[in-house]
Design a protein around this ligand. Structure first.
Ligand SMILES: NC(=O)c1ccc[n+]([C@@H]2O[C@H](COP(=O)([O-])OP(=O)(O)OC[C@H]3O[C@@H](n4cnc5c(N)ncnc54)[C@H](OP(=O)(O)O)[C@@H]3O)[C@@H](O)[C@H]2O)c1
Length: 174
């Protein structure tokens, strides 16, 4: 099982404005930077309830028929999801990974700040792909948070794109 993160951040480290707005991210990803190839390699997405609520506001469900697991400690209403494959789970990240592995998933994409932080803290993330968008927004939802111990990373590659996107890939060191 591989657990990956693929996320866009401001240069000052935020994934959304304090009110959840994503307007500082280039529309549609800005220019091709590997998202389509990445998402094609994923068996299931695990997203936090707040990310789910943001996505519900999009014009269309962005994940096609890909299996999407929404994490929340309370009941989530999926009636507004049109054409998607969604289910809910809750509990320690290790249990969620174990359930997904038992149901045949090999590659999981974890998304949402608090959610990513929980999986990182539990030592369950193997790969991080972080795309920095050339903007400072001053305040917002942070990608990273507190840890129980350092998480050592091995830099795999960094690519930059004409619009100013800088994508860095890291493996979590064993
Ligand atoms: N820049 C990007 O590429 C990008 C990507 C993704 C998201 N975002 C943005 O980031 C914002 C959301 O991030 P966020 O950090 O605020 O929240 P989040 O991680 O999306 O959601 C947090 C919520 O997920 C639930 N949760 C997480 N782990 C859980 C677990 N193990 N068991 C049960 N429930 C769990 C909890 O919901 P309950 O409180 O219901 O229990 C928690 O409050 C949104 O504005 C979104 O648009 C940006």
């Amino acid at each position: 099982m591989t657990v990956s993160i693929f996320i866009g951040i401001s240069v000052d480290g935020f994934i959304a404005r304090p009110n959840g707005d994503l307007d500082f991210l280039p529309e549609g990803g800005g220019e091709p930077h590997g998202y389509d190839e990445f998402i094609a390699s994923v068996d299931a997405l695990v997203i936090g309830r707040k990310t789910f609520e943001t996505v519900l506001g999009f014009a269309a469900w962005p994940y096609g028929k890909k299996r999407v697991v929404v994490l929340s400690s309370r009941p989530v209403d999926f009636s507004a999801v049109r054409g998607g494959v969604v289910e809910q789970m809750a509990g320690p990240p290790a249990e969620i990974v174990a359930k997904l592995a038992a149901s045949g998933a090999h590659h999981i994409y974890v998304d949402g700040g608090i959610t990513i932080q929980g999986f990182l803290r539990a030592g369950l993330v193997q790969r991080l792909v972080i795309t920095r968008v050339p903007v400072l927004i001053g305040a917002g939802v942070p990608l990273f948070g507190t840890l129980l111990r350092d998480v050592r990373l091995r830099h795999v590659a960094t690519q930059h794109y004409p619009s100013g996107l800088v994508k860095s890939e890291y493996q979590v060191a064993a």
